[in-house]
Design a protein around this ligand. Structure first.
Ligand code: GAP
Length: 406
């Protein structure tokens, strides 16, 4: 059982500069959270890992970054104006898209902040096909903000009104959808494991027909054991040709695909893995949150995989009033910053005793701490201390960057 409670996580996130309540000095704004200096690094790492695994390392994927605002006709065609609703307690339906107006005065048109990033992908299907002539199956991936006027935002990052999604629309031959569905199911687990979400806390739920989105013929929810219960983390949906056909009809643009080999023309079907960045971060925090006893003291630490840890290494001079130690430690710090652990990924701390400095880094999930001491001045070695075990060893400065997994 994870010792994580929502209270502990929310408080650690605020105290240590990961995530703050949105507009806090005005009493907040329900369903919004602001990522602080460590939170934004963590979030960027989570997104970069996804982008690397699903776009850059593959030959069948194209990335894009579409506008959040779209021609309102796109949201009518996709069924969101009529169907993107939640029931209110009196039985009426409430459309959860945020309405906004585009332009001034009488010219202003009603539009919406996108409730899913998928729409921007479908309306660019033809552009990508015309520019790159990809062979089926291929996918288009996008990471970006999405907005939902949730009736009851709750549970920290779990249900928010402004979120980020990482989505793939994977276009396949109509008869091949089951094979791709299965491949993406496995691919989603590979990401879940790589990012550091506890695999044993993830469970699949086959979503029954009457609970599926209007566009889906099959959906699996990947649920996670959050402290407030087992709830959806991400989803995998078979969207058929619903979107491309609807946009083709409504826009008058042919969105079919010509198979060069068979000379067959058809509208591709779509498999959609979709993961909310904020939910992924919450599941990651719950998975990483650890309490243990080290050297007779209890401590709290975040067991982040080095690839997502906001800070990869911290450098300490043993004593801050010994100029020779401080200048040597500054040298080590500069070397690490310039090397693989670029920029913000290396921290400096000369405050308080070494034990306190270790605790501070543990609590934000830093995998490695490096202490420069008197022996460093003699033989060029430092103490390298491991976050998880607390084990310390002497390592030559020249070997440090190779030893710090990033
Ligand atoms: N394009 C498909 C789609 O948007 P969804 O199940 O409505 O499907 C996909 O959303 C993912 O986006 C969810 O699995 C979840 O991770 C995230 N998500 C959806 N609504 C959210 C909200 N209000 N707050 C945080 N994350 C949300």
């Amino acid at each position: 059982m994870s010792p994580a409670t929502m209270e502990k996580i929310v408080s650690l996130c605020k105290r240590r500069g990961f995530i703050y309540p949105g507009s806090e000095i005005y009493g907040g704004l329900s369903g919004t959270w602001d990522y602080g200096p460590l939170g934004v690094e963590l979030k960027n790492n989570v997104k970069n890992l996804w982008w690397r695994m699903f776009v850059q390392e593959r030959d069948d994927m194209y990335g894009m970054d579409a506008a959040i605002l779209m021609n309102p006709k796109a949201w009518e065609a996709s069924g969101h104006v009529a169907g993107f609703t939640d029931p209110l307690s009196d039985g009426s339906k409430f459309n959860t898209m945020f309405r906004t107006s585009v332009g001034a005065g009488a010219e202003a048109a009603v539009s919406y902040l996108r409730p899913e990033t998928a729409g921007g992908i479908f309306v660019n299907f033809k552009n990508v096909v015309d520019s790159f002539h990809p062979k089926l199956p291929f996918g288009i991936a996008q990471i970006g903000k999405a907005f939902r006027n949730e009736i009851a935002p709750r549970d920290f990052l779990f249900r928010v009104r402004e979120m980020e999604q990482m989505e793939i629309e994977y276009f396949v031959q109509p008869h091949a959808w089951e094979k791709s569905f299965e491949e993406w199911r496995q691919a989603m687990y590979r990401y879940i494991e790589a990012v550091g979400i506890a695999r044993t806390a993830v469970h699949e739920l086959e979503v029954p027909e009457d609970e599926r989105a209007h566009y889906s013929k099959r959906t699996i929810d990947f649920e996670f054991d959050f402290p407030f219960g087992r709830k959806e983390l991400c989803g995998l949906a078979y969207r058929t040709d619903f979107d491309l056909s609807a946009h083709a009809k409504s826009s008058g643009t042919d969105l079919s695909y010509l198979d060069e080999e068979t000379k067959e023309r058809f509208v591709p079907h779509v498999i959609e893995p979709s993961l909310g960045v904020d939910r992924a971060i919450l599941a990651l925090l719950v998975s990483a949150y650890t309490e243990d006893e080290l050297g007779g003291e209890t401590r709290t630490y975040l067991k982040f995989n080095p690839s997502v840890a906001p800070i990869k290494a911290a450098v300490f001079p043993l004593l801050k009033n010994k100029p020779a130690l401080v200048s040597k430690a500054r040298e080590v710090y500069a070397l690490l910053k310039a090397d693989i652990c670029k920029l913000k990924a290396v921290a400096w701390d000369d405050n308080g005793n070494i034990g306190k400095r270790y605790r501070r880094q543990d609590e934000i999930g830093t995998p490695a701490c490096i202490t420069v001491d008197f022996q460093t001045l003699e033989d060029g070695t430092v103490t390298l201390r491991d976050r998880d075990t607390g084990a310390q060893e002497r390592v030559a400065v020249s070997e440090l960057t190779g030893r710090i997994a990033a």
